[in-house]
Design a protein around this ligand. Structure first.
Ligand code: ADP
Ligand code: ZN
Length: 723
């Protein structure tokens, strides 16, 4: 037999299939070691054949086949080709997507424990072998026990002696490192509401691949997803369920476990390498049938997929920011087509692009307008911070928010305060010369972190001592600008000394299960107020939360990005949706310096249709997506020289394309990226707006052509982040 092998080298020059000879028992999808250019390296078998087109003496045998079931499912081979062609990345890079990173590096292995069992054949021991007799008696009672524990209790000598005499058996069993979930008694399905029932029927009976559930927060979308999954399982199929990375909602995981038990496997970045590895194998072997996780779980090793669900489909984390820079929805559509299954997108605030596909009929649109509990959506009060400042209130809290907080604490309910900025202050500015302290590796200001009394760069993680004086002018008056979560907590403690406060942001959630611990404490009402960033915006369902404060609604509004309005609308709706989910009606206080802004007006009234109609008109008039495609070709390098060289190449290449296809181009320019340097690498870009994706292949070609040893060039389509 001959094996077609992709070698695990991420380079375009070896991006093709190599052939090796192998035995008849070798299976496609297996990981192998092969001789390659004088070395032995890893590879993957992507196909097998009886014959080879090469002369036999030119073909080398495989060096080794990994002793494990084939790691790649068959669908990987076609997906590999699709993804590699679509995003112009080597096939090996595509295949890596399908494997847990830990596996490739060989850092993680299965773990085993040794257990000792009583054997069938009895043995006779002399009365003097006291320890051995005790040990046998013990085993008779418990049946089996761990080898190491037994050795501690009875002595290694005694245990080994009994095993040698055949009185007990030593066995190796695999341990599944299982991720922690909120302990969960099994739970059956809920009785569906008529709206949920109708949604399910619409999904089943509409002959379209993609379905969008646009349902207000608390309208019971999750219950619909769970039903879609159980129907897939009933038909003997599997399912993939994606949630945004930042939400990492343990509640969602526990809900899945309650409903589906061990059939649900969890894949996310908060797991230890070992846990992820074991969960992944449970999916691969078919022991688990449902994969739940963030973006990368779309590559789960499942066969015979019956449904793919993407919750909070508008979330930015569904776009990969490293190669391949894929859109999760796009990959999900590929898998849905390969498996002949449905793709269900859900959101209270669908992205403008998705929603326009839904109303144009490309996707099946399902709308849920009511919350399950029949309660209205929480009332949103706008607090005009300009007036507060005029009145002399310079704190982070408006008087309206302060009063509501006092009421909430009084009544024993809980509050969530949202501010998308961690640290104590966003910047440190010299009041004498106006200089803002900056990172040495990145072109960004440093944030002050009060807990460690240091300055941190939020782009590269570098830490600096807080200087006593301005490094530019020596002035001693350094001022903190831009409130962060740490400062909010400090201010809250002053104003509400009795309140128990939790903070959830990147600084408090590091380590395994960091998120989990904080959310858990809050769910158990061990705190009254949860202060947090983006992370607390989504998905969480805390019945006692009756107040949500959005401290700085303007932050995302003023980004110079065509999606700024859309993002702000989404964020407000999502955060507000955390309030009043159970018994009592919820309230929201939204603080802003631009209360008359139309986006905020739509958000306050939960008027998605109004927002969408306005936004889509604007996009059409100004020719922004979905009426165009924004493409950014990024060039980064350690030095200006190679960066500018590559930039020139890409730009001239693009100009040539424009001269050939003038109608395709709406805009084209080259420039410094808004953030000129990150992690010591300078950043330049060729930015263009195109009528369609027709020229994408040529533009990807340019990025490959001008990537050098010293300059990295890559393409971003409608980038989530234009910094
Ligand atoms: P969404 O995902 O749309 O924000 P959820 O699925 O979280 O909404 O549902 C909101 C609340 O309603 C949850 O507490 C959920 O347990 C409850 N719920 C959902 N469907 C039903 C139902 N059919 N009967 C009773 N309670 C339900
Ligand atoms: Zn930095």
């Amino acid at each position: 037999m001959y094996a077609q092998v992709i070698v695990d080298i991420a380079h375009s020059q070896v991006d093709r299939i190599f052939e090796y000879s192998c035995g008849d028992d070798v299976r496609a999808g297996s990981r192998v070691k092969v001789p390659f250019g004088g070395r032995i390296i890893d590879g993957f078998i992507v196909g097998l054949s009886e014959k080879s087109s090469f002369p036999p003496d030119k073909i080398k045998p495989l060096s080794e086949v990994y002793e494990e079931p084939p790691a790649l499912v068959e669908e990987c081979f076609s997906l590999m080709n699709e993804i590699s062609a679509r995003y112009r990345v080597p096939k090996a890079v595509c295949l890596r997507l399908f494997l847990p990173a830990e596996m490739r590096a060989g850092r993680v292995h299965e773990v085993y424990k040794k257990i000792v069992k009583l054997s069938d054949g009895g043995i006779t021991l002399s009365k003097s072998a006291k320890k051995q007799l005790e040990f046998i008696e013990y085993l008779k009672e418990c049946g089996e026990a761990e080898y190491t524990a037994l050795c501690e209790q009875f002595g290694r000598g005694a245990v080994n002696a009994v095993i040698e005499k055949g009185g007990a058996l030593l066995e190796k069993v695999k341990i599944n490192r299982a991720p922690a979930v909120w302990e969960a008694p099994a739970e059956g399905g809920k009785v569906l509401t008529p709206a949920q029932q109708a949604a399910l029927e619409s999904i089943e009976n509409t002959e379209k691949t993609v379905h969008l559930i646009h349902g207000v927060t608390g309208s019971g979308k999750t219950e619909i997803y769970l039903n879609v999954i159980s129907r897939a399982l009933e038909r003997g199929k599997t399912a993939i369920f994606l949630v945004p990375e930042i939400s990492l909602t343990p509640q969602m995981f526990s809900q899945l476990r309650r409903r589906f038990g061990e059939k649900a496997a969890i894949l996310h970045s908060g797991l230890s390498a070992g846990e992820r590895f074991d969960e992944w194998w449970r999916l691969r072997t078919g022991e688990a049938k449902i994969a739940i996780g963030a973006r990368s779980a779309i590559f789960s090793p499942l066969e015979n997929i019956g449904a793919i669900i993407i919750d909070e489909e508008h979330d930015g984390s569904y776009f990969s920011e490293s190669a391949p820079r894929y859109s999760t929805v796009e990959v999900a559509e590929m898998r849905a087509k390969n498996n002949g299954c449905k793709l269900i997108l859900g959101s209270a605030t669908p992205s403008v692009e998705t929603y326009s596909k839904a109303i144009s009929g490309e996707y099946n649109l399902i709308t849920l307008t009511q919350r399950i509990n029949g309660k209205p959506l929480p009332h949103i009060t706008i607090a005009d911070m300009r007036k507060e400042v005029k009145r002399g209130n310079n704190s982070a809290f408006s008087s309206a928010l302060r009063e509501e907080l006092a009421d909430t604490l009084e009544s024993g309910n809980q509050a969530i305060l949202f501010l998308n900025r961690r640290g104590y202050s966003h910047t440190v500015i010299c009041q004498d010369c106006g200089y803002a302290l900056k990172c040495e590796n990145c072109d960004v200001s440093l944030a002050y972190h009060s807990e460690e009394n240091c300055l941190k760069c939020h782009y590269c993680g570098a830490k600096y001592h807080m200087p006593r004086a301005c490094p530019e002018c020596g002035g001693l008056h350094l001022r903190y600008g831009g409130t962060g979560t740490q400062r909010v907590v400090a201010d809250l403690k002053k104003e509400f000394p009795e309140a128990r406060i939790l903070r959830m942001d990147n600084d408090t959630t590091s380590g395994k299960e960091g998120h989990y611990k904080i959310l858990r404490q809050f769910a158990e009402k061990k705190a009254d107020i949860l202060v947090g960033t983006q992370m607390i915006a989504k998905g969480h369902d805390f019945p006692s939360v009756t107040l949500v404060g959005i401290l700085d609604a303007d932050m995302s509004l003023h980004f110079s990005d065509y999606r700024a309005g859309e993002r702000t609308f989404q964020l407000i709706t999502q955060v507000a949706g955390r309030s009043g989910r159970a018994g009592e009606a919820g309230k929201v206080v939204l603080q802003t310096f631009s209360p008359e802004n139309y986006i905020l007006r739509y958000a306050v009234n939960y008027d998605y249709s109004g927002f969408f109609a306005n936004e889509i008109n604007l996009r059409q008039a100004t020719k922004f997506p979905p009426y165009s495609l924004i493409v950014r070709v990024m060039v980064t390098a350690e030095d200006d020289g190679p960066a500018l060289e590559a930039l020139k190449g890409v730009y001239f290449g693009t100009e040539k394309l424009r001269s050939e296809h003038p109608r395709e181009f709406i805009f084209l320019n080259k420039m410094h990226s808004p953030i000129k340097k990150i992690q010591g690498r300078v950043r330049y870009q060729v930015l263009m707006r195109l009528e369609s994706g027709a020229l994408l292949p040529e533009i990807y070609d340019l990025s490959v052509k001008y990537t050098t040893q010293n300059a990295l060039v890559y393409v971003e389509e409608n980038p989530v982040n234009l910094s």
